[in-house]
Design a protein around this ligand. Sequence first.
Ligand SMILES: Cc1ncc(COP(=O)(O)O)c(C=O)c1O
Length: 434
Amino acid sequence: MTATTLNTTKSTEIFTAAQGLMPGGVSSPVRAFKSVGGQPIVFDRVNGAYIWDVDGNKYIDYVGTWGPAICGHAHPDVISALKTTLDNGTSFGAPCAQENLLAEMVISAVPSIEMVRFVNSGTEACMSVLRLMRAFTGRDKIIKFEGCYHGHADMFLVKAGSGVATLGLPDSPGVPKTTTANTLTAPYNDLEAVKKLFEENPEQIAGVILEPVVGNSGFLPPDAGFLEGLRVLTEDNGALLVFDEVMTGFRIAYGGAQAKFNVTPDLTTLGKVIGGGLPVGAYGGRKDIMSMVAPAGPMYQAGTLSGNPLAMTAGIKTLEILNREGQYEYLEKVTSKLIAGLLDVAKETGHAACGGSISGMFGFFFTEGPVHNFDDAKKSDTAKFGKFHRGMLEHGVYLAPSQFEAGFTSLSHTDVEIDKTIDAAKKVMSSLES
Ligand SMILES: Cc1ncc(COP(=O)(O)O)c(C=O)c1O
Protein backbone atom coordinates (compact mmCIF):
# COMPACT_ATOMS: atom_id res chain seq x y z
CA MET A 1 0.00 0.00 0.00
CA THR A 2 1.48 3.36 -0.95
CA ALA A 3 -0.41 5.49 1.55
CA THR A 4 0.63 6.32 5.05
CA THR A 5 -0.46 3.79 7.59
CA LEU A 6 -3.23 5.23 9.72
CA ASN A 7 -2.52 6.07 13.30
CA THR A 8 -5.48 4.51 15.10
CA THR A 9 -4.04 4.33 18.62
CA LYS A 10 -7.04 5.93 20.35
CA SER A 11 -9.55 4.01 18.22
CA THR A 12 -7.84 0.77 19.25
CA GLU A 13 -7.82 1.78 22.90
CA ILE A 14 -11.53 2.69 22.95
CA PHE A 15 -12.61 -0.33 20.90
CA THR A 16 -10.60 -2.71 23.08
CA ALA A 17 -12.38 -1.35 26.17
CA ALA A 18 -15.75 -1.50 24.37
CA GLN A 19 -15.35 -5.21 23.75
CA GLY A 20 -15.58 -5.86 27.49
CA LEU A 21 -18.61 -3.62 27.84
CA MET A 22 -20.83 -4.37 24.84
CA PRO A 23 -21.22 -7.56 22.78
CA GLY A 24 -18.55 -7.37 20.09
CA GLY A 25 -17.77 -3.85 21.26
CA VAL A 26 -20.63 -2.33 19.26
CA SER A 27 -24.29 -1.35 19.43
CA SER A 28 -25.00 -2.80 15.95
CA PRO A 29 -23.10 -5.72 14.34
CA VAL A 30 -21.78 -4.45 10.96
CA ARG A 31 -19.87 -1.69 12.76
CA ALA A 32 -17.46 -4.32 14.13
CA PHE A 33 -15.82 -4.68 10.65
CA LYS A 34 -16.15 -8.48 10.85
CA SER A 35 -16.77 -8.88 7.13
CA VAL A 36 -13.86 -6.69 6.04
CA GLY A 37 -11.45 -7.58 8.84
CA GLY A 38 -9.17 -5.16 10.63
CA GLN A 39 -9.66 -2.71 13.40
CA PRO A 40 -12.93 -0.73 13.48
CA ILE A 41 -12.51 3.04 13.66
CA VAL A 42 -14.04 4.98 16.52
CA PHE A 43 -15.49 8.28 15.37
CA ASP A 44 -15.64 11.64 16.97
CA ARG A 45 -17.26 14.21 14.71
CA VAL A 46 -19.05 14.62 11.38
CA ASN A 47 -19.57 17.57 9.07
CA GLY A 48 -20.75 17.82 5.45
CA ALA A 49 -19.23 14.95 3.45
CA TYR A 50 -16.62 14.21 6.12
CA ILE A 51 -16.15 12.15 9.24
CA TRP A 52 -13.25 12.39 11.74
CA ASP A 53 -11.99 9.64 14.01
CA VAL A 54 -10.75 9.97 17.58
CA ASP A 55 -7.13 10.00 16.35
CA GLY A 56 -7.84 13.04 14.17
CA ASN A 57 -7.91 11.20 10.81
CA LYS A 58 -10.36 12.70 8.31
CA TYR A 59 -12.33 10.60 5.82
CA ILE A 60 -14.72 11.24 2.94
CA ASP A 61 -17.83 9.48 4.20
CA TYR A 62 -19.98 7.23 1.98
CA VAL A 63 -21.90 5.65 4.86
CA GLY A 64 -23.76 8.77 5.92
CA THR A 65 -24.82 7.14 9.19
CA TRP A 66 -26.31 4.37 6.98
CA GLY A 67 -28.44 6.73 4.94
CA PRO A 68 -29.95 9.55 7.00
CA ALA A 69 -27.21 12.12 6.27
CA ILE A 70 -28.46 12.88 2.76
CA CYS A 71 -28.13 16.66 3.18
CA GLY A 72 -24.59 16.25 4.46
CA HIS A 73 -23.73 15.72 8.11
CA ALA A 74 -24.67 18.37 10.66
CA HIS A 75 -26.42 20.56 8.08
CA PRO A 76 -26.56 24.04 9.65
CA ASP A 77 -30.34 24.40 9.00
CA VAL A 78 -31.06 21.08 10.73
CA ILE A 79 -28.77 21.84 13.67
CA SER A 80 -30.22 25.32 14.14
CA ALA A 81 -33.84 24.03 14.05
CA LEU A 82 -32.92 21.31 16.55
CA LYS A 83 -31.40 23.87 18.94
CA THR A 84 -34.59 25.92 18.87
CA THR A 85 -36.78 22.86 19.50
CA LEU A 86 -34.45 21.61 22.22
CA ASP A 87 -35.03 24.76 24.28
CA ASN A 88 -38.62 23.55 24.78
CA GLY A 89 -37.59 20.10 25.97
CA THR A 90 -36.94 16.74 24.35
CA SER A 91 -40.15 14.74 24.53
CA PHE A 92 -43.75 15.27 25.59
CA GLY A 93 -45.20 11.75 25.28
CA ALA A 94 -48.21 13.61 23.91
CA PRO A 95 -49.22 15.14 20.56
CA CYS A 96 -47.06 17.93 19.18
CA ALA A 97 -47.58 20.24 16.19
CA GLN A 98 -44.37 19.04 14.51
CA GLU A 99 -45.93 15.59 13.98
CA ASN A 100 -48.66 17.14 11.82
CA LEU A 101 -46.14 19.01 9.74
CA LEU A 102 -43.92 15.98 9.07
CA ALA A 103 -47.00 13.82 8.41
CA GLU A 104 -48.28 16.35 5.85
CA MET A 105 -44.88 16.41 4.14
CA VAL A 106 -44.70 12.60 3.99
CA ILE A 107 -48.29 12.25 2.77
CA SER A 108 -47.87 14.82 0.02
CA ALA A 109 -44.56 13.29 -1.15
CA VAL A 110 -45.08 9.52 -1.06
CA PRO A 111 -47.76 8.33 -3.52
CA SER A 112 -49.04 5.38 -1.44
CA ILE A 113 -49.29 7.21 1.88
CA GLU A 114 -52.65 8.71 2.82
CA MET A 115 -52.10 8.33 6.56
CA VAL A 116 -48.95 7.70 8.59
CA ARG A 117 -47.85 6.44 12.03
CA PHE A 118 -44.47 7.52 13.41
CA VAL A 119 -42.27 5.06 15.30
CA ASN A 120 -38.61 5.12 16.36
CA SER A 121 -36.74 2.88 13.92
CA GLY A 122 -37.00 1.04 10.64
CA THR A 123 -37.24 -2.24 12.52
CA GLU A 124 -40.26 -0.99 14.44
CA ALA A 125 -41.87 0.28 11.24
CA CYS A 126 -41.47 -3.09 9.52
CA MET A 127 -42.66 -5.22 12.43
CA SER A 128 -45.69 -2.96 12.82
CA VAL A 129 -46.52 -3.03 9.12
CA LEU A 130 -46.38 -6.82 9.21
CA ARG A 131 -48.93 -6.90 12.02
CA LEU A 132 -51.10 -4.54 10.00
CA MET A 133 -50.82 -6.67 6.83
CA ARG A 134 -52.07 -9.65 8.84
CA ALA A 135 -54.75 -7.71 10.71
CA PHE A 136 -56.19 -6.23 7.51
CA THR A 137 -56.23 -9.41 5.43
CA GLY A 138 -56.90 -11.95 8.19
CA ARG A 139 -54.06 -14.04 6.68
CA ASP A 140 -50.79 -15.05 8.37
CA LYS A 141 -48.27 -15.81 5.63
CA ILE A 142 -46.04 -13.22 4.00
CA ILE A 143 -43.51 -13.29 1.17
CA LYS A 144 -40.14 -11.61 1.52
CA PHE A 145 -37.12 -11.78 -0.76
CA GLU A 146 -33.71 -13.33 -0.22
CA GLY A 147 -31.19 -10.67 0.67
CA CYS A 148 -33.81 -8.06 1.65
CA TYR A 149 -33.48 -6.78 5.21
CA HIS A 150 -36.52 -5.49 7.06
CA GLY A 151 -35.01 -4.94 10.48
CA HIS A 152 -34.34 -7.54 13.13
CA ALA A 153 -37.85 -8.56 14.21
CA ASP A 154 -38.20 -12.35 14.50
CA MET A 155 -40.55 -12.82 11.53
CA PHE A 156 -38.06 -11.29 9.09
CA LEU A 157 -34.98 -13.20 10.27
CA VAL A 158 -35.38 -16.01 7.80
CA LYS A 159 -32.31 -17.48 6.17
CA ALA A 160 -32.01 -15.96 2.73
CA GLY A 161 -30.45 -19.00 1.10
CA SER A 162 -31.31 -21.63 -1.49
CA GLY A 163 -32.37 -24.94 0.16
CA VAL A 164 -33.93 -23.60 3.34
CA ALA A 165 -35.28 -20.44 1.80
CA THR A 166 -38.90 -21.41 1.38
CA LEU A 167 -38.92 -23.62 4.49
CA GLY A 168 -38.94 -20.57 6.72
CA LEU A 169 -36.03 -21.67 8.88
CA PRO A 170 -34.86 -18.92 11.24
CA ASP A 171 -31.53 -17.18 10.66
CA SER A 172 -30.69 -16.60 14.31
CA PRO A 173 -30.89 -18.69 17.46
CA GLY A 174 -33.69 -17.41 19.66
CA VAL A 175 -36.15 -17.10 16.79
CA PRO A 176 -38.76 -19.84 17.16
CA LYS A 177 -39.44 -21.91 14.03
CA THR A 178 -43.13 -21.27 14.61
CA THR A 179 -42.53 -17.53 14.25
CA THR A 180 -40.86 -17.79 10.86
CA ALA A 181 -42.95 -20.67 9.51
CA ASN A 182 -45.25 -18.11 7.93
CA THR A 183 -42.40 -16.22 6.25
CA LEU A 184 -42.02 -17.48 2.68
CA THR A 185 -39.07 -16.35 0.63
CA ALA A 186 -38.28 -15.98 -3.06
CA PRO A 187 -35.23 -14.81 -4.99
CA TYR A 188 -35.30 -11.08 -5.77
CA ASN A 189 -36.36 -10.23 -9.33
CA ASP A 190 -38.02 -13.66 -9.72
CA LEU A 191 -41.72 -13.15 -10.48
CA GLU A 192 -42.26 -16.82 -11.33
CA ALA A 193 -41.14 -17.87 -7.84
CA VAL A 194 -43.65 -15.45 -6.31
CA LYS A 195 -46.39 -16.72 -8.57
CA LYS A 196 -45.63 -20.27 -7.47
CA LEU A 197 -45.80 -19.33 -3.79
CA PHE A 198 -49.23 -17.77 -4.35
CA GLU A 199 -50.39 -20.95 -6.15
CA GLU A 200 -49.09 -23.19 -3.36
CA ASN A 201 -50.67 -21.07 -0.60
CA PRO A 202 -54.07 -20.00 -1.94
CA GLU A 203 -55.80 -17.27 0.10
CA GLN A 204 -53.18 -17.59 2.85
CA ILE A 205 -50.73 -14.87 1.92
CA ALA A 206 -51.29 -11.47 3.56
CA GLY A 207 -48.84 -9.69 1.33
CA VAL A 208 -45.45 -9.24 -0.24
CA ILE A 209 -42.81 -6.99 1.35
CA LEU A 210 -39.63 -5.89 -0.40
CA GLU A 211 -36.98 -3.26 -0.77
CA PRO A 212 -38.00 -1.73 -4.13
CA VAL A 213 -34.31 -1.07 -4.73
CA VAL A 214 -32.25 -3.39 -2.55
CA GLY A 215 -29.51 -1.92 -0.41
CA ASN A 216 -28.93 -4.86 1.88
CA SER A 217 -27.39 -7.24 -0.66
CA GLY A 218 -25.24 -4.45 -1.97
CA PHE A 219 -26.98 -2.14 -4.45
CA LEU A 220 -29.52 -4.11 -6.49
CA PRO A 221 -32.12 -2.41 -8.66
CA PRO A 222 -35.35 -4.12 -9.74
CA ASP A 223 -35.41 -5.64 -13.24
CA ALA A 224 -37.81 -3.99 -15.69
CA GLY A 225 -41.34 -5.19 -14.94
CA PHE A 226 -40.54 -6.75 -11.54
CA LEU A 227 -42.30 -4.16 -9.36
CA GLU A 228 -45.20 -3.90 -11.83
CA GLY A 229 -45.50 -7.70 -11.86
CA LEU A 230 -45.68 -7.81 -8.06
CA ARG A 231 -48.41 -5.17 -8.13
CA VAL A 232 -50.51 -7.36 -10.45
CA LEU A 233 -49.81 -10.62 -8.58
CA THR A 234 -50.73 -9.16 -5.19
CA GLU A 235 -53.93 -7.62 -6.55
CA ASP A 236 -54.92 -10.86 -8.30
CA ASN A 237 -54.45 -12.78 -5.05
CA GLY A 238 -56.14 -10.39 -2.63
CA ALA A 239 -52.79 -9.66 -0.96
CA LEU A 240 -51.10 -6.39 -0.02
CA LEU A 241 -47.96 -4.98 -1.62
CA VAL A 242 -45.60 -3.34 0.84
CA PHE A 243 -42.51 -1.35 -0.10
CA ASP A 244 -39.91 -1.15 2.63
CA GLU A 245 -38.54 2.29 1.79
CA VAL A 246 -36.60 2.68 5.04
CA MET A 247 -33.49 3.07 2.87
CA THR A 248 -34.93 4.32 -0.44
CA GLY A 249 -37.56 6.74 0.93
CA PHE A 250 -36.62 10.36 0.11
CA ARG A 251 -33.28 9.03 -1.22
CA ILE A 252 -34.05 7.46 -4.61
CA ALA A 253 -36.42 10.37 -5.24
CA TYR A 254 -38.39 12.75 -3.02
CA GLY A 255 -41.36 10.36 -3.27
CA GLY A 256 -39.13 7.29 -2.89
CA ALA A 257 -38.68 4.36 -5.25
CA GLN A 258 -42.45 4.15 -5.76
CA ALA A 259 -42.41 7.61 -7.33
CA LYS A 260 -39.30 6.84 -9.36
CA PHE A 261 -40.70 3.56 -10.76
CA ASN A 262 -44.33 4.67 -10.79
CA VAL A 263 -45.62 1.61 -8.93
CA THR A 264 -47.83 2.35 -5.93
CA PRO A 265 -47.87 -0.20 -3.10
CA ASP A 266 -50.65 -0.46 -0.50
CA LEU A 267 -48.34 0.24 2.43
CA THR A 268 -44.87 1.73 2.87
CA THR A 269 -42.30 1.78 5.63
CA LEU A 270 -39.88 4.67 6.10
CA GLY A 271 -36.95 5.51 8.39
CA LYS A 272 -33.43 6.92 8.08
CA VAL A 273 -33.84 10.15 5.99
CA ILE A 274 -37.19 11.13 7.55
CA GLY A 275 -35.44 11.35 10.92
CA GLY A 276 -32.62 13.54 9.62
CA GLY A 277 -30.14 11.65 11.84
CA LEU A 278 -32.42 11.18 14.85
CA PRO A 279 -34.21 7.89 15.58
CA VAL A 280 -37.40 7.81 13.49
CA GLY A 281 -39.37 5.27 11.50
CA ALA A 282 -42.84 5.39 10.00
CA TYR A 283 -45.38 3.24 8.27
CA GLY A 284 -48.25 4.47 6.20
CA GLY A 285 -50.50 3.77 3.27
CA ARG A 286 -54.12 3.54 2.22
CA LYS A 287 -56.52 5.21 4.65
CA ASP A 288 -58.80 2.16 4.88
CA ILE A 289 -55.84 0.02 5.97
CA MET A 290 -54.24 2.59 8.30
CA SER A 291 -57.63 3.12 9.99
CA MET A 292 -57.12 -0.31 11.56
CA VAL A 293 -54.27 1.05 13.71
CA ALA A 294 -55.11 1.83 17.37
CA PRO A 295 -56.77 3.95 18.59
CA ALA A 296 -58.62 4.49 15.29
CA GLY A 297 -58.93 0.71 14.97
CA PRO A 298 -58.16 -2.54 16.81
CA MET A 299 -54.54 -3.25 15.73
CA TYR A 300 -52.37 -2.29 18.70
CA GLN A 301 -49.07 -0.49 18.29
CA ALA A 302 -47.60 2.22 20.51
CA GLY A 303 -44.37 4.02 21.50
CA THR A 304 -43.18 6.16 24.43
CA LEU A 305 -40.92 8.41 22.34
CA SER A 306 -42.79 8.12 19.01
CA GLY A 307 -43.33 11.47 17.29
CA ASN A 308 -41.14 13.38 19.75
CA PRO A 309 -40.55 17.01 18.74
CA LEU A 310 -36.78 16.73 18.32
CA ALA A 311 -36.91 13.83 15.87
CA MET A 312 -39.82 15.41 14.00
CA THR A 313 -37.90 18.69 13.70
CA ALA A 314 -34.84 17.00 12.20
CA GLY A 315 -37.10 15.22 9.71
CA ILE A 316 -39.01 18.37 8.74
CA LYS A 317 -35.86 20.39 8.10
CA THR A 318 -34.24 17.55 6.16
CA LEU A 319 -37.27 17.17 3.88
CA GLU A 320 -37.46 20.95 3.41
CA ILE A 321 -33.87 20.95 2.14
CA LEU A 322 -34.46 17.92 -0.10
CA ASN A 323 -37.56 19.50 -1.62
CA ARG A 324 -35.56 22.41 -3.05
CA GLU A 325 -35.17 22.57 -6.82
CA GLY A 326 -32.56 20.28 -8.38
CA GLN A 327 -31.46 18.33 -5.30
CA TYR A 328 -32.05 14.83 -6.73
CA GLU A 329 -30.55 15.81 -10.08
CA TYR A 330 -27.46 16.87 -8.14
CA LEU A 331 -27.31 13.57 -6.24
CA GLU A 332 -27.72 11.68 -9.52
CA LYS A 333 -24.88 13.64 -11.11
CA VAL A 334 -22.28 13.17 -8.36
CA THR A 335 -23.17 9.57 -7.65
CA SER A 336 -23.16 8.40 -11.26
CA LYS A 337 -19.77 10.11 -11.71
CA LEU A 338 -18.48 8.23 -8.67
CA ILE A 339 -19.67 4.80 -9.77
CA ALA A 340 -18.55 5.30 -13.39
CA GLY A 341 -15.12 6.31 -12.07
CA LEU A 342 -14.84 3.31 -9.77
CA LEU A 343 -15.86 0.88 -12.53
CA ASP A 344 -13.39 2.47 -14.97
CA VAL A 345 -10.61 2.11 -12.43
CA ALA A 346 -11.51 -1.55 -11.84
CA LYS A 347 -11.35 -2.17 -15.58
CA GLU A 348 -8.04 -0.34 -16.02
CA THR A 349 -6.49 -2.29 -13.16
CA GLY A 350 -7.81 -5.66 -14.29
CA HIS A 351 -10.45 -6.36 -11.63
CA ALA A 352 -13.81 -7.91 -12.50
CA ALA A 353 -16.47 -5.53 -11.18
CA CYS A 354 -20.03 -4.37 -11.80
CA GLY A 355 -22.27 -1.85 -10.14
CA GLY A 356 -24.65 1.04 -10.48
CA SER A 357 -26.40 3.93 -8.79
CA ILE A 358 -29.71 5.74 -8.59
CA SER A 359 -29.78 9.23 -7.15
CA GLY A 360 -27.72 9.20 -3.93
CA MET A 361 -27.49 5.41 -3.55
CA PHE A 362 -24.82 3.23 -5.17
CA GLY A 363 -22.94 -0.02 -5.00
CA PHE A 364 -20.47 -2.19 -6.80
CA PHE A 365 -19.43 -5.83 -6.59
CA PHE A 366 -16.09 -7.48 -7.24
CA THR A 367 -17.64 -9.88 -9.76
CA GLU A 368 -18.28 -9.71 -13.50
CA GLY A 369 -22.07 -9.73 -12.98
CA PRO A 370 -24.75 -9.16 -13.89
CA VAL A 371 -26.17 -9.23 -10.37
CA HIS A 372 -29.95 -9.72 -10.24
CA ASN A 373 -30.32 -11.28 -6.82
CA PHE A 374 -28.52 -12.21 -3.60
CA ASP A 375 -27.08 -15.45 -5.01
CA ASP A 376 -25.47 -13.45 -7.82
CA ALA A 377 -24.18 -10.93 -5.28
CA LYS A 378 -22.58 -13.71 -3.24
CA LYS A 379 -20.29 -14.49 -6.20
CA SER A 380 -18.34 -11.33 -5.30
CA ASP A 381 -14.77 -11.61 -4.13
CA THR A 382 -15.40 -10.52 -0.55
CA ALA A 383 -11.78 -11.06 0.50
CA LYS A 384 -10.76 -8.56 -2.18
CA PHE A 385 -13.45 -6.16 -1.00
CA GLY A 386 -12.00 -6.40 2.53
CA LYS A 387 -8.56 -5.40 1.27
CA PHE A 388 -10.05 -2.65 -0.89
CA HIS A 389 -12.01 -1.32 2.08
CA ARG A 390 -8.88 -1.18 4.25
CA GLY A 391 -6.89 0.46 1.47
CA MET A 392 -9.54 3.11 0.97
CA LEU A 393 -9.53 3.87 4.71
CA GLU A 394 -5.77 4.33 4.52
CA HIS A 395 -6.40 6.84 1.73
CA GLY A 396 -9.04 8.76 3.68
CA VAL A 397 -12.22 7.22 2.25
CA TYR A 398 -14.78 5.58 4.51
CA LEU A 399 -16.94 2.98 2.73
CA ALA A 400 -19.53 0.71 4.35
CA PRO A 401 -17.61 -2.16 5.96
CA SER A 402 -19.31 -4.91 3.91
CA GLN A 403 -19.56 -5.91 0.26
CA PHE A 404 -23.30 -6.37 0.84
CA GLU A 405 -24.18 -2.82 1.85
CA ALA A 406 -25.13 0.03 -0.47
CA GLY A 407 -23.16 3.28 -0.36
CA PHE A 408 -24.62 6.75 0.08
CA THR A 409 -23.66 10.18 -1.16
CA SER A 410 -25.05 13.49 0.06
CA LEU A 411 -25.69 17.02 -1.14
CA SER A 412 -22.32 17.90 0.43
CA HIS A 413 -20.33 15.55 -1.82
CA THR A 414 -18.80 17.61 -4.64
CA ASP A 415 -16.51 16.91 -7.57
CA VAL A 416 -13.60 17.45 -5.19
CA GLU A 417 -14.57 14.49 -2.99
CA ILE A 418 -15.54 12.31 -5.96
CA ASP A 419 -12.24 12.96 -7.77
CA LYS A 420 -10.25 12.25 -4.60
CA THR A 421 -12.17 9.00 -4.10
CA ILE A 422 -11.57 7.81 -7.66
CA ASP A 423 -7.92 8.71 -7.36
CA ALA A 424 -7.67 6.74 -4.10
CA ALA A 425 -9.44 3.76 -5.72
CA LYS A 426 -6.88 3.84 -8.55
CA LYS A 427 -4.01 3.57 -6.06
CA VAL A 428 -5.70 0.87 -3.98
CA MET A 429 -6.89 -1.28 -6.89
CA SER A 430 -3.48 -1.09 -8.56
CA SER A 431 -2.00 -2.61 -5.41
CA LEU A 432 -4.51 -5.49 -5.24
CA GLU A 433 -4.02 -8.81 -6.99
CA SER A 434 -6.63 -9.26 -9.72
C1 LIG B 1 -34.63 -1.61 4.06
C2 LIG B 1 -34.46 -1.56 5.54
N1 LIG B 1 -35.51 -1.85 6.33
C3 LIG B 1 -35.42 -1.81 7.67
C4 LIG B 1 -34.24 -1.47 8.29
C5 LIG B 1 -34.16 -1.42 9.78
O1 LIG B 1 -34.05 -0.10 10.20
P1 LIG B 1 -33.39 0.28 11.62
O2 LIG B 1 -31.95 -0.07 11.55
O3 LIG B 1 -33.67 1.75 11.75
O4 LIG B 1 -34.12 -0.52 12.63
C6 LIG B 1 -33.13 -1.16 7.50
C7 LIG B 1 -31.85 -0.79 8.15
O5 LIG B 1 -30.82 -0.68 7.54
C8 LIG B 1 -33.25 -1.20 6.10
O6 LIG B 1 -32.20 -0.92 5.30
